[in-house]
Design a protein around this ligand. Structure first.
Ligand code: NAG
Length: 206
């Protein structure tokens, strides 16, 4: 998975006009129109790789002591696999030849390297460059190993408005109510409603 992410970044880096790199899935939707998302990312002083320390089986429990002393348990981080980073950080990720092999050797199968490699690597080496938060909203409110999938009836104008402005976070050192530019997971049958609401609620051009 990390190898695939590095290849995607490497390919995207070859185009010098690419300054910001976002990984999304087919179940993600944009919450704002292109010009808003572009301005938010291009004017941001930081990257958005979620990184937190969680003392639980799905957090620190996935740490392998064989990574020590290069990565200690205190340095181990977890975060969403859906990232956003600037060009400088993307170059660091594709050229990392030290931490990546450690993950290849000691973070396999139930370790889920895509939830740990970037958060750990970026926190260890580039803390000031990272906001530690993700730009992709997700609903983990229901128990289980997968987040909630939003089917068509759940997609309403009120719901989309709450996703766009219903949170508080820091952006360039200031308080902001635009914390998420994307959201998941949305089923394909919700597309009909999303397209209907997009011009009015999200200001997409018709
Ligand atoms: C991100 O996390 C690191 C340590 O885990 C912390 O030192 C840093 O201040 C955090 N950054 C922000 C913007 O909260």
């Amino acid at each position: 998975m990390i190898e695939a992410e590095r290849r995607l970044l490497a390919n995207a880096l070859m185009d010098f006009s690419n300054q910001r790199f976002v990984l999304l899935s087919e179940a993600c939707i944009p919450l704002f129109n292109f010009s808003t998302i572009y301005a938010y990312l291009m004017n941001s002083t930081q990257s958005y790789i979620e990184a937190y320390d969680k003392d639980s089986p799905v957090g620190r429990g996935r740490y392998n002591e064989k990574m020590s002393p290069h990565i200690t348990i205190d340095q181990w981080r977890k975060g969403s696999q859906w990232f956003e980073m600037d060009r400088e950080l993307a170059l660091e990720v594709v050229s990392d030849q030290f931490y990546f092999p450690l993950f290849q050797s000691y973070c396999a199968n139930a370790c889920y390297s895509d939830e740990h490699y970037l958060p750990t690597f970026v926190t260890m080496k580039f803390t000031p460059k990272n906001s530690n938060r993700t730009l992709t909203w997700v609903d983990w409110s229901r128990a289980g190993i997968h987040p909630v999938t939003y089917l068509r009836p759940l997609v309403t104008v009120e719901f989309l408005k709450a996703l766009r402005h219903g949170s508080q976070c820091e952006y360039n050192g200031q308080s902001s109510n635009i914390c998420y530019l994307f959201a998941r997971k949305f089923s394909t049958d919700s597309l009909i409603r999303l397209l209907r609401f997009a011009p009015k609620v999200m200001y997409f051009n018709k």
